[in-house]
Design a protein around this ligand. Structure first.
Ligand SMILES: O=C(O)C(=O)C[C@]1(C(=O)O)C=C[C@@H](O)C=C1
Length: 113
């Protein structure tokens, strides 16, 4: 078989694709590791939420505290060095606050029942 320029082109294309896919896989492995670290931090945060919830429940305070949320967001925006902008960090944290409020409500139900 005669090796033509077009064959070489296809060969190079396949090699480059494989390299790109390997890079993608390596980056995804990094993300998987970071996700496990994040999950650990989220778990630690949830035990602090549990502690705060017990105090607030005893004090008959609501789970939702908008002033505290704003205070946290302001500090995070000030320190944010990531590629995510303030709005994007805000949306991540709003999801965390929402989950924290759901958690507090669920923990309160358990105590009441
Ligand atoms: O600091 C509190 O009072 C909390 O309940 C914790 C927390 C949070 O996740 O940081 C959760 C819900 C509130 O709206 C504000 C903050």
């Amino acid at each position: 078989m005669v090796l033509k320029a077009s064959h070489l082109k296809i060969y190079n294309f396949k090699i480059n694709r494989t390299k790109v896919m390997q890079k993608l896989e390596a980056i995804r492995q990094q993300i998987d590791k970071l996700d496990l670290k994040l999950l650990e931090i989220i778990a630690k945060r949830s035990t602090e939420i549990d502690k705060i919830n017990k105090i607030k429940q005893a004090e008959r305070q609501e789970a939702f505290d908008p002033n505290r949320e704003q205070e946290i967001l302001n500090r995070l925006h000030k320190h944010n060095k990531s590629l995510y902008n303030s709005a994007e960090i805000g949306s991540i944290y709003k999801a965390i606050f929402k989950a924290s409020i759901m958690l507090q409500h669920r923990l309160r139900e358990k105590v009441e029942n």
